[in-house]
Design a protein around this ligand. Structure first.
Ligand code: ATP
Ligand code: MG
Length: 390
């Protein structure tokens, strides 16, 4: 929200034209036409899909958009969203799955309770209703019983779909977290053996830890190997972002030069979240026309805002990791050559491999089919212009 004031007179409340950190919808959503169409098709045809992309590239926004479109096309389709962000064990997973499936297939909470009672034969769900206006029904089980009868929860969606003549897509965010449950292979085997028999239910599994998602879905010895179509989400294309900035500025009676628009894209390296954030900071500084100078100023502010966080991240890195990052940032192509290793005080090729693996694991770097890049373009910029020059 943005207040326009002249003197101390408030003229009105105006929405700022950019958003970040929330799901991008409607006018805030750009590009991704092919991905949206594909995903809508997968949803309506009940094809299992796996989406992989680093953090904040727009997975949730894409899934949300495709889900709405697919449900508008098919009135018997229900899409349920589950986030495993803070789910650390099977027990929590089962209760969340049951709860969300029931909520997505019930129109009233009375119906949800009825479902919770009638669809279980062995398990006895503990049902409670929230006191907030949404009256969300929460469901819990006796863990020992679920361990004996996990089928009832795992097949719940299929059973409800058959009974109510619905088709259901279960979307699970941060799916890679299941790899951290106790005995993950056994658990995954159990999930897959049930889910692959479902005929009225499909799964859309996505996550932001590329290396972990790849481990779960592309390792031929793992249960989820070839579970569905793999989709790698890219960053947003330059022409789309340039047009997007121009039209959002125009919507609010301001404008932005082509050069300034392009500069935003370059400074954030097409990163969707930062693109909106930098555009927002630039828009706030603009009276009528946003210029290259304004964008540069906004960018400096953004880097300053984030520098404290970057210092904290950097403190956790080892000297060898930092030496490796320094070589990467300098654009060195042959980091494992003796000369380059010597120049950046990298101790050995083993050290490179170890640093690389640790930095990927900690989401600092992204390994896209062997191509190593920084996950956070602003962090890369800060390292280059602030940290390594000192
Ligand atoms: N299609 C899009 N058009 C414009 N901006 C987008 C788009 N998708 C994402 N963004 C920008 O990126 C931000 C992050 O999007 P979103 O939350 O969908 O990503 P995510 O990959 O689910 O992130 P996380 O890893 O944090 O869950 C949005 O708030 C928005 O600023
Ligand atoms: Mg998300």
């Amino acid at each position: 929200m943005y207040y326009i004031c002249i003197g101390n007179q408030q003229l009105g409340i105006m929405e700022t034209p950019f958003i970040f950190g929330k799901i991008a919808t409607e006018k805030n959503f750009t590009d991704r036409e092919k991905e949206t169409a594909d995903l809508v098709q997968h949803f309506t045809a009940l094809i299992n899909t796996i989406i992989i992309s680093p953090r904040r590239w727009g997975k949730s926004s894409l899934v949300n958009k495709a889900a709405k479109l697919a449900m508008a096309q098919d009135s018997n389709l229900r899409i349920c969203h589950i986030d495993l962000f803070n789910v650390r064990n099977e027990e929590h997973f089962y209760s969340l799955l049951a709860q969300k499936v029931i909520a997505a297939t019930s129109t009233k909470w009375e119906e949800a309770i009825e479902s919770a009672k009638s669809f279980f034969t062995h398990l006895i769900p503990k049902i409670s209703i929230g006191t907030d206006p949404t009256n969300e029904v929460s469901i819990d089980f006796d863990w020992e019983e679920v361990k004996r009868n996990p089928d009832e929860v795992l097949d719940l969606a299929e059973k409800i779909a058959k009974k109510k003549n619905l088709r259901i897509v279960i979307c699970i965010d941060e799916f890679q977290n299941i790899a951290e449950f106790t005995d993950p292979d056994y658990f995954q085997k159990k999930l897959r053996s049930h889910w692959q028999l479902h005929q009225s239910v499909a799964y859309c599994l996505y996550g932001s830890k590329r290396h972990m998602m790849m481990d779960v879905f592309t390792d031929s010895s793992k249960p989820f190997y070839k579970f569905g179509n793999l989709m790698f989400l890219n960053k947003i294309e330059t022409p789309c972002l340039v047009e997007f900035f121009k039209s959002r500025f125009a919507d609010t009676g301001k404008s932005i030069s082509d050069k300034a628009s392009l500069l935003i894209v370059e400074l954030v390296d097409n990163h969707p979240y930062y693109a909106q954030q930098l555009a927002q900071l630039s828009w706030l500084r603009t009276k009528d026309l946003c210029t290259v100078e304004i964008v540069r100023e906004a960018h400096t502010t953004l880097v300053e805002q984030l520098s404290l966080l970057f210092v904290t991240i950097t403190e956790t890195l080892s000297t060898q990791q930092l030496n490796y990052l320094k070589a990467l940032i300098a654009g060195e192509k042959a980091i494992s050559s003796t000369e380059v290793m010597h120049r950046y005080q990298i101790s050995s090729t083993t050290s490179i491999a170890r640093s690389k693996a640790a930095l990927i694991k900690n989401d600092i770097l992204d390994n896209n089919g062997g191509k190593i890049s920084f996950q956070d373009p602003i962090y890369a910029y800060w390292l280059k212009t602030e940290y390594f020059v000192k």
